[in-house]
Write a new protein. Structure first.
Length: 134
């Protein structure tokens, strides 16, 4: 069984950020007939009052010309869903350098979505943050 990191220091020190291949973009499905064709390609799904939000690879995005290309950075630490501090530390470190960050926490890992043009800088910032806590 994988050991779950609970403290902020354990989670940050063990996060090992990895840049996932390919650009993605967020998209809100407001027409139910659109969903079946897009769902198999979604990296993430969240139901909101306004529609179903999807994170889609750009090649499957219905409006790629107007979408904001993002890159996914997976934090490869198995953190507790009740752990405190990892999301705040990541978002703050990136915000301090002027990089937007959209976080999604999943069962096994947290994922940061940053503008595609800032992906390499974000990786350097997060790797540096991890090193501080090792």
């Amino acid at each position: 069984m994988t050991k779950i990191a609970h403290t902020a220091a354990q989670m940050i020190g063990g996060m090992t950020p990895t840049l996932v291949e390919g650009d993605v973009a967020f998209y809100s499905v407001t027409t139910p007939t659109e969903l079946p064709a897009l769902l198999p390609h979604a990296r993430a799904i969240f139901r909101e009052t306004e529609g179903v939000s999807l994170v889609l690879p750009m090649e499957h995005h219905p409006a790629p010309d107007t979408a904001e290309p993002m890159r996914q950075i997976t934090l490869n630490v198995y953190s507790s869903l009740t752990g405190v501090g990892l999301t705040a530390a990541v978002a703050t470190a990136l915000a301090d350098e002027g990089i937007a960050c959209n976080m999604i926490a999943a069962t096994h890992h947290d994922h940061a979505f940053v503008p595609a043009g800032n992906a390499q800088d974000a990786m350097a910032i997060l790797s540096g943050l991890q090193q501080k806590y090792r």
